[in-house]
Design a protein around this ligand. Structure first.
Ligand code: G3I
Length: 321
């Protein structure tokens, strides 16, 4: 029994992972991906981002993301779609354009409509807006916020809802687990949408965490409940727990296992937490070392695909031992 089967047995919808086409030519990687018991949900790590799907104005390209979607579908697994409106990995025409509110809202709406329509019926959920907040809970100075103010958020959710009534629509961000001012900002985004009668179904907690800096299970669950109390579902969407000193000690590996258990355990504690996605399952392909030199070894499997103590601890947690 793998993580997904055990998660379903525990009453959740899925255990998932990020992956992308760059991983497809690694047989050991794909053997794990195609094991339906291990992972039931996949998020394309990069291939659905604006830079890839609309590299030039009105020139849409779905080749790469279709490869991921096709692989997942042919194996009877689910897809979390990521992401429509994000300040990063934007094509230069968006990032460097000189926009008015009217021209940017038209381009943003057209982007959302095209991409969501292309994948309509295939996405369990869409991360409609990603990382709109600063750590203090104010809005990040993205091209979208600078041009449209916070109105870009309801605009984006409405376009997504119109293009796929079935996909759950999520706001997704990092450090919502750890940073109360940012959590408060995300709650304000939910309330902004709800007071506008605009559909939002869920909030994604990315959970890019670090060993020894992961909150305890009870406070993680309490944070999730602040969102489920507003009628939403929640999910951990990009979980990894980075080591901060490398190579890690045996004690640090054991702490990493406890940190993973705290996060997945908090999802078990909250009925409307639907599932957990890790942001790659092997250290071989983790984004962490490139982005944070000196950090890494953040995943459940080592680079050689051996299962780490954190993997075994999640199996024990999900088996109820
Ligand atoms: O595709 C190019 C390739 O052509 C080029 O040779 C190579 C050289 O650097 O770069 C490749 O692009 C890289 C891309 O990943 C695809 O591999 C970018 O440099 C690299 O910056 C990019 O990193 C991604 C990052 O988002 C970008 O911000 C990571 O893989 C991806 O894991 C990461 O994912 C984000 C989530 O989407 C949102 N939340 C945070 C999370 C971690 O940063």
């Amino acid at each position: 029994e793998g993580l997904h089967s055990l998660m379903v047995a525990a009453g959740k919808l899925y255990f998932g992972t990020a992956m992308d086409t760059g991983n497809f030519n690694d047989p050991a990687y794909m053997a794990i991906v195609t094991n339906k018991s291990e992972f039931g949900m996949f998020t394309p790590e990069n291939s659905m981002k604006w830079q890839v799907t609309e590299p030039q104005l009105d020139k849409f390209s779905f080749t790469q993301a279709d490869e991921v979607a096709q692989k997942v579908k042919s194996n009877g697994q689910m897809l979390r779609c990521h992401t429509l409106v994000w300040y990063s990995q934007l094509p230069t025409f968006v990032a460097n354009g000189s926009w008015t509110p009217a021209t940017l809202s038209a381009v943003m709406t057209a982007h959302i409509t095209n991409v969501v329509t292309h994948y309509a019926g295939q996405c369990y959920a869409w991360d409609v807006v990603n990382e709109a907040l600063n750590e203090d809970g104010t809005f990040r100075q993205s091209v979208f916020f600078q041009t449209l103010g916070s109105a870009f958020i309801p605009l984006a959710f409405r376009a997504a809802a119109a293009a796929d009534p079935r996909a759950k629509l999520y706001y997704n961000d990092f450090n919502l687990e750890t940073t109360p001012a940012k959590t408060a900002g995300a709650l304000r985004i939910v309330q902004l949408l709800q007071s506008n009668k605009t559909r939002i179904d869920g909030v994604g907690f990315q959970a890019h965490l670090a060993v020894n800096h992961t909150p305890p299970r009870t406070s993680l669950a309490a944070t999730l409940r602040r969102f489920t109390a507003l009628g939403l579902e929640v999910a951990y969407t990009e979980l990894d727990v980075a080591q901060t000193a490398l190579p890690e000690s045996a004690a640090a590996l054991a702490q990493q296992a406890r940190d993973y258990v705290a996060v997945v355990g908090s999802c078990l504690d909250v009925p409307r937490c639907v599932g957990v996605t890790v942001w790659q399952f092997t250290d071989k392909f983790s984004w962490v070392p490139a982005a944070f030199p000196g950090r890494g070894e953040a995943c459940l499997f080592a680079s050689d695909y051996s299962r780490k103590p954190a993997y075994d601890a999640l199996v024990a947690l999900l088996r109820g031992r």
